[in-house]
Design a protein around this ligand. Structure first.
Ligand code: ATP
Ligand code: MG
Ligand code: MG
Ligand code: MG
Length: 474
């Protein structure tokens, strides 16, 4: 079953159960400066769950575009290293706003996975929160789930909270056992292991309590449901693949990379990693730019810059030493534009932004890499393994190398970065630039005021009518 079929099957299934199909919201959350990017389906419904916004429906279903890079949920570092994580992915979710609760949520999920998608029940495992007897009992009653497949887990994995206070509750996750060959091979590998064997497919969150400042929890008057399932993971499983990157959702992008580099996927491990990272980052780039994020040195823009530059550096591992990212991003638009028309509207902007950023980075990339090679040679001749933090900072500050890139290279060469030294260099530079900015600011302000007075300008207080708008997230 193709990814696009799974997506529409999911939407139709829940529509058939009375859910309203709601469009994906943009990656930049509206009116929510606390969040870098939309990282789950529930983000656009946050206020509805809190009871502060009303919708004409009490049940919804979405296929939500998500980014987990930078910020609280950060999977940027996992990309290239696990088979299941992306920076950009699609989350399929069904939601109940005070309508149905645990029983239906569990029943629907089981029905969808085993009947609609035909996943084999004997491979499925379920986790519930350790104190959630209600969910445990409901799963026990589910026909077809083999005995001994319900595992109680702790707060870290199976309790969800919107923040320190507010709506929260236990969750229940459905996993599929992909067999020993997909895992870490340790004898104690079991559900909850961080490897890819027991692949987490679907998280069902039971929003049940309201947590107060003092930590006490009171039952919500209208418990709600929020679920999320990664489309790429389900697609890979249904297509008999052990990594998301081998699903049809990535095929056109990987094919483009094969064509551009003249290398074949699945022939050499290092090339595969590079192709996967670039494929993932090209998708994130396309969607972030289409949703209005531009590469910059701060906030959201800097996360995008890190993603793009990391892709360019991995391109070099494939032998791509001239601009290529624009063409990969174009393939993303072609393969995903039908499901996400926002991409098609951004084609020319995307081309320009990607070309500029790649060109700009290429001005310093080679020289920076050469310095890095010299530094590594020095370390190797001294049998040392630690890249000095001040040097890594210089690569960032002078050559525009985001930390992630140096970390990737350090991993490739079995070196470690002196992270504390890097942080110290960064803090030192910030302090210095802050104080010089202050001096410069004062001088400019004094000059400005003097020239205004000389010009006979008077000031008017406008603070009652307008506020200064914060444009960047720090
Ligand atoms: P994992 O433990 O594998 O990191 P998670 O517990 O962080 O996943 P949730 O926050 O529960 O994930 O999100 C709901 C679902 O979204 C997951 O069950 C998974 O199918 C999917 N998902 C989460 N993170 C990613 C990601 N980085 N890339 C692709 N799919 C993801
Ligand atoms: Mg995670
Ligand atoms: Mg998890
Ligand atoms: Mg989870």
């Amino acid at each position: 079953m193709k990814g696009s079929e799974i997506r529409s099957k999911f939407l139709r299934f829940f529509e058939g159960k009375g859910h309203t199909v709601v469009d994906s919201s943009p990656l930049v959350p509206k009116d929510d400066p606390t969040l870098l990017f939309t990282n789950a389906g529930m983000v656009q419904f946050k206020m509805v769950f809190m009871g502060e916004d009303k919708r004409p429906y009490s049940k919804a279903v979405t296929s939500q575009r998500c980014v987990r890079a930078g910020g609280k949920h950060n999977d940027l570092e996992n990309v290239g290293y696990t088979a299941r994580h992306h920076t950009f992915f699609e989350m399929l979710g069904n939601f109940s706003f005070g309508d149905y609760f645990k029983e239906d949520a569990i029943r629907y999920a089981w029905q969808f996975l085993t009947r609609e998608l035909g996943l084999p029940p004997e491979k499925l495992w379920v986790s519930v929160f350790e104190d959630d007897d209600e969910a445990f009992d409901l799963w026990e009653k589910v026909e077809g789930l083999p005995k001994g497949r319900i595992v109680r887990m702790g707060e870290k994995d199976n309790f969800w909270a919107m923040g320190d206070t507010g709506p929260c509750g236990p969750c229940s996750e459905i996993h599929i056992d992909q067999g020993v060959e997909a895992g870490c091979g340790r004898s104690d590998c079991a559900l909850g292991c961080d490897c890819d064997r027991f692949l987490e497919l679907w998280n069902l969150v039971f929003m049940q309590f309201n947590r107060a400042e003092d930590g006490s929890m009171t039952p919500l008057p209208k418990p709600s449901i929020d679920t999320g399932m990664g489309l790429e993971r389900v697609a890979a499983v249904l297509q008999g693949k052990l990594t998301n990157y081998d699903s049809d959702l990535f095929a056109p992008i990987i094919a483009k990379l094969e064509q551009l580099s003249g290398k074949r996927y699945k022939e050499h491990n290092g090339d595969d990693t590079a192709m996967r990272v670039i494929a993932d980052h090209a998708r994130a780039t396309a969607f972030l730019v289409a949703d209005g994020v531009l590469p910059s040195n701060e906030g959201r823009g800097y996360v995008l810059r890190r993603i793009m530059r990391r892709a360019v550096r991995y391109g070099r591992n494939l032998g791509l030493t001239t601009n290529f990212l624009e063409q990969v991003v174009e393939t993303v638009v072609v393969s995903m534009g039908a499901a996400y028309p926002v991409l098609e509207g951004a084609t020319s902007l995307l081309a320009k932004v990607v070309r500029n950023e790649e060109e700009r980075f290429r001005e310093t990339l080679e020289h920076g890499l050469q310095l890095l090679e010299e530094e590594i040679a020095k370390l190797e001749s001294a049998s040392a393994r630690i890249l000095p933090g001040a040097f890594v900072f210089k690569l960032y500050d002078t050559y525009g190398f985001p930390y992630d890139i140096v970390r990737d290279i350090a991993n490739e060469r079995r070196l470690v970065i002196d992270e504390a030294g890097y942080q110290a260099a960064m803090t030192g530079q910030r302090r210095q630039s802050r104080s010089s900015r202050k001096d410069e600011g004062l001088r400019l302000r004094e000059d400005g005021i003097k020239s205004l007075i000389e010009a006979g300008v008077a000031t008017t207080f406008v603070g009652y009518d307008c506020l200064e708008i914060e444009s960047e997230i720090k």
